[in-house]
Design a binder for this molecule. Structure first.
Ligand SMILES: NC(=O)C1=CN([C@@H]2O[C@H](COP(=O)(O)OP(=O)(O)OC[C@H]3O[C@@H](n4cnc5c(N)ncnc54)[C@H](O)[C@@H]3O)[C@@H](O)[C@H]2O)C=CC1
Ligand SMILES: O=C([O-])C1=[NH+]CCC1
Length: 313
């Protein structure tokens, strides 16, 4: 039954969803996910349907949080070969968790961009050693931009270096972002001396080699969300302390973990909840695949902030 379905556009989501609000929300969502079943979170590994003629994928991502009264599903199409239009297109449906009646349909593009970057910012807060001053971003698409803004909201970078396999995109993004941002020609140049590294490419071969990375650096590895994709050299995966968003999803979907056979130290939610310690080895890596509970919590936050705004007007 759909009687009063609220439609929430990308521009409304973009106006409402701010990182200082979203990052702590992601921290809580990640912790609750890793405290299931006691936390009342239910989230299966997503179903990913292949669309072979265009090398595309459709992901179906349902989640339920009993404590937060949230029932939702995201539908995300990711078509990496898209040119001149976004490669990721998504919607999120929120249902009333007591009746199952659809409540709101939200644009999922902005939520996907920002909640992913906010989850990386939350992971960085718990895994990084010291205060990061040099940031390297490999990739120059939607997630590169959102990661720059999310991480810059938490840390004061002296320098940010962006590399992309298509250098013109890196130059354009660097020019759009802050004065501390520089596009560099080689991935090794971006990574060397970086305290914090973000990989947000759609690559199926490593874009970060082990001997480029400064000991003690932290990496948010965000792009390799298919078993045959890969961003981090296997040798680097094997010698680092590897944290994931979901262990169950990581062994099914993460090319970086599957190809390297690296062992998983813990879920980031276990670290946030104080159930796992951070192994201070040479390098820490957060392997992010993206979780439905992140979309559910972000969509719910949008609705909550809109309701507060409506009440004050
Ligand atoms: N972990 C998570 O929660 C999420 C992960 N992703 C993944 O993150 C990656 C980036 O996503 P978006 O920025 O939205 O995509 P995008 O299409 O906007 O940007 C992709 C970037 O990767 C570069 N690229 C494409 N093919 C490459 C290759 N073979 N080698 C090196 N670079 C290559 C492109 O030039 C572009 O800079 C994708 O793999 C996407 O599936 C996206 C959303 C959520
Ligand atoms: O979590 C997500 O929405 C996605 N992860 C990889 C592609 C889309």
């Amino acid at each position: 039954m759909v009687e009063h379905l609220r439609l929430i556009s990308a521009s409304t989501v973009a106006e409402i969803l701010q990182y200082d609000d979203l990052i702590p929300t992601m921290e809580k969502a990640l912790a609750k996910f890793s405290c299931r079943p006691d936390s009342g979170v239910i989230q299966p590994v997503r179903t990913v349907l292949r669309v072979p003629p265009v090398d595309g994928f459709l992901g179906v991502m349902p989640a339920y949080s009993e404590m937060d009264d949230i029932l939702s599903t995201k539908l995300v199409a990711f078509f990496p070969r898209n040119k001149g239009i976004p490669s990721h297109n998504a919607v999120i449906m929120l249902f009333n968790s007591h009746t199952g009646i659809p409540q709101a349909l939200l644009d999922g593009d902005v939520i996907t961009a920002r909640r992913t970057a906010a989850a990386s910012a939350a992971a960085t807060k718990h895994l990084v050693s010291g205060v990061p001053q040099q940031l390297a971003i490999l990739g120059a698409g939607v997630q590169a931009r959102s990661h720059y803004y999310a991480l810059s909201s938490q840390f004061n970078f002296q320098q940010v270096r962006i590399w992309n396999h298509n250098p013109d995109k890196a130059k354009a993004l660097a020019a759009e972002l802050g004065p501390e941002v520089e596009a560099v020609a080689e991935a090794s140049e971006a990574v060397q001396n970086a305290d914090l590294i973000v990989t947000v490419t759609s690559s199926s071969t490593p874009v970060v080699q082990a001997d480029w990375v400064k000991p003690g650096a932290h990496i948010n590895a965000v792009g390799a969300c298919r078993p045959d994709w890969c961003e981090i050299a296997p040798e680097l995966m094997q010698k680092s302390a590897v944290y994931v968003d979901s262990k169950e999803a990581a062994i099914k979907e993460s090319g970086d973990i599957i190809k390297s056979g690296a062992s998983i130290a813990a879920e980031i939610g276990e670290v946030i909840a104080g159930k796992a310690e951070v192994r201070r080895s040479d390098t820490t890596i957060f392997v992010s695949l993206g979780m439905a509970i992140e979309d559910a919590a972000a969509a719910n936050l949008v609705l909550k902030r809109l309701a507060e705004r409506d009440n004050t007007n």
